[in-house]
Design a protein around this ligand. Structure first.
Ligand SMILES: Nc1ncnc2c1ncn2[C@@H]1O[C@H](COP(=O)(O)OP(=O)(O)O)[C@@H](O)[C@H]1O
Ligand SMILES: [Mg+2]
Length: 465
């Protein structure tokens, strides 16, 4: 059965990524120099030199396309920058190398099987760079004439466009008129129209018209009137992920499902067809595979079925680099009675490279706090910074960083410009850290709803300290 596989790129091309301020928004890269040596404090990252260097080496291999189907494990106590370093790696990859992040527990909460959720995550992390020829109409606008119907409800029109060698008149429909109006196209503009998508782009104003108007913005760009044919073929390159191709071609969903995020399960037959097709494109030189990165945070939350899926998926030809993070020491593998390092089965551990992260020194912590203050636009007095650093060493870095914004609100209430020790102290009493919370829970025993855990069933021993 020959099925038409499309990539739906003209619909997808205009979607831009959203940025937000979050726990890791101060991180802009790994902060390494050309020789992959970590700078003490760069691109938002501080200390943790060995792990950052290791991350940089892995990244270099990904960029050279030499590594796929491999797995890395960041192992270390909570708040030692495992997620932060992974985000730094994501920032340093090229814009069209896919980087997908999932938290292992997400796999259980989606409305699909665990293995389907993982398969989708894998396929999101493989890019397909596609070369396509499109037809363009390119030339200098001589005249745009728009006729309204008597009621004004419909419009028709004519576009006269020329190159140095020829001139043609095109009939315009409603859609084209709208597109031209939106771009504010006037006579004298040099424009390009993508014939398949109907997208209009303004390339600049024609030199020939440079003296026509004297009221022109300083940023007006002048270009030559194009030569030759008005209709041209041009090669465009864009990247989509295998998962996007899956969804667009799944007959029940269509590409709108990409926006709803509600993609449901996708059949293996379709995936096989797509793999075959992409393979063909690759042989014909029309497409290139870009193995990206899949980051699975808190990987010890996966269970044995997921782990064996991972093992198998890593062997497949179209596998991304898989980066995992775990804060467990020896702990139980979910879905089994066995204990294993980091909560990962030994056969999986066998194929991963392990990078460990270590607790920070007070100097590192202080620098991270200062970076976060800048990111959150908050000023701390120098005493407050010292106190917060001490708090971080006694609780966790993450807890201390969370206090910055709460203390700022308290400081604002007393109309102070800078957060002082007293504000931190009050924030500290309002919000508990984990240790105090555990203590409190013990004191409250019996008054809260509890889940009794049988002795010996516990699997939680974070590698604290
Ligand atoms: N080396 C670092 N440089 C800058 N910020 C860091 C560094 N390590 C951790 N952070 C920040 O500290 C917080 C906790 O780190 P995180 O990466 O979430 O820890 P983990 O994933 O190891 O539990 C995050 O806000 C993170 O961005
Ligand atoms: Mg983390």
């Amino acid at each position: 059965m020959a099925m038409q596989i499309t990539t739906g790129t003209s619909e997808l091309r205009d979607i831009t990524k959203m940025e937000r301020i979050g726990a890791h928004s101060h991180i802009h890269g790994l902060g390494l120099d050309d020789r992959l040596e970590p700078r003490a404090n760069a691109q938002g990252l501080v200390g943790q030199a060995k792990a950052r260097k290791a991350a940089g080496m892995i990244l270099r291999m990904v960029q050279e396309g030499r590594i796929a189907g491999r797995a890395i494990l960041f192992a270390g106590p909570p708040s030692t920058g495992k997620t932060a370093i992974a985000m730094g790696m994501a920032q340093s990859l090229g814009s069209d190398v896919p980087f997908t992040t999932i938290a292992a527990s997400e796999v259980f909460s989606l409305s699909m099987s665990k293995t389907e959720a993982l398969t989708q995550a894998f396929r999101r992390s493989i890019g397909v760079r596609i070369k396509e020829e499109t037809e363009l109409i390119e030339g200098e606008v001589v005249e745009i004439q728009i006729d309204r119907s008597l009621t004004g409800a419909t419009k028709t029109g004519k576009l006269t466009i020329k190159t140095t060698d020829m001139e043609t008149i095109y009939d315009l429909g409603m859609k084209m008129i709208e597109a031209l109006t939106k771009e504010k196209v006037l006579a004298g503009d040099v424009i390009a129209i993508d014939k398949t998508s109907g997208k209009v782009s303004k390339l600049g104003r024609s030199f020939a018209r440079s003296r026509d108007y004297d009221a022109m913005g300083a940023d007006t760009k002048f270009v030559q009137c194009p030569e030759g044919e008005i209709q041209k073929r041009k090669e465009v390159v864009h990247t989509v992920s295998l998962h996007e191709i899956d969804v667009i071609n799944s007959r029940t969903q269509g590409f709108l499902a990409l926006f709803a995020g509600d993609t449901g399960e996708i059949g293996p037959e379709l995936r096989n067809q797509i793999n075959t097709k992409v393979g063909e494109w690759r042989e014909e030189g029309k497409a290139e595979i870009i193995p990206g990165v899949l980051f699975i945070d808190e990987v010890h939350m996966l269970d044995i079925e997921c782990f064996s899926f991972l093992n198998r998926a890593l062997e497949s030809e179209l596998a991304p680099l898989v980066i995992m993070a775990s804060n467990r020491g020896m702990s139980r593998i979910r879905g089994t009675k066995f204990r294993s390092p980091h909560g990962l089965p030994v056969d999986l551990l066998d194929r991963v490279l392990i990078v460990s992260t270590k607790p920070y020194t007070p100097e590192d912590i202080q620098q991270i706090i200062e970076i976060r203050c800048q990111e959150e636009d908050t000023q701390l007095t120098s005493e407050a910074i010292t106190v917060l650093t001490t708090m971080a060493t006694q609780t966790t870095l993450r807890y201390a960083l969370n206090l910055i914004s709460t203390a700022q609100i308290i400081a604002k209430k007393r109309k102070a410009e800078k957060v002082d020790v007293e504000d931190l102290r009050r924030a500290y009493t309002y919000f508990m850290d984990e240790k105090r919370s555990v203590q409190w829970l013990k004191e409250q025993q019996g008054t809260l709803v509890f889940d009794e855990i049988k002795q010996g069933d516990g699997d939680d021993d974070p590698m604290a300290g």
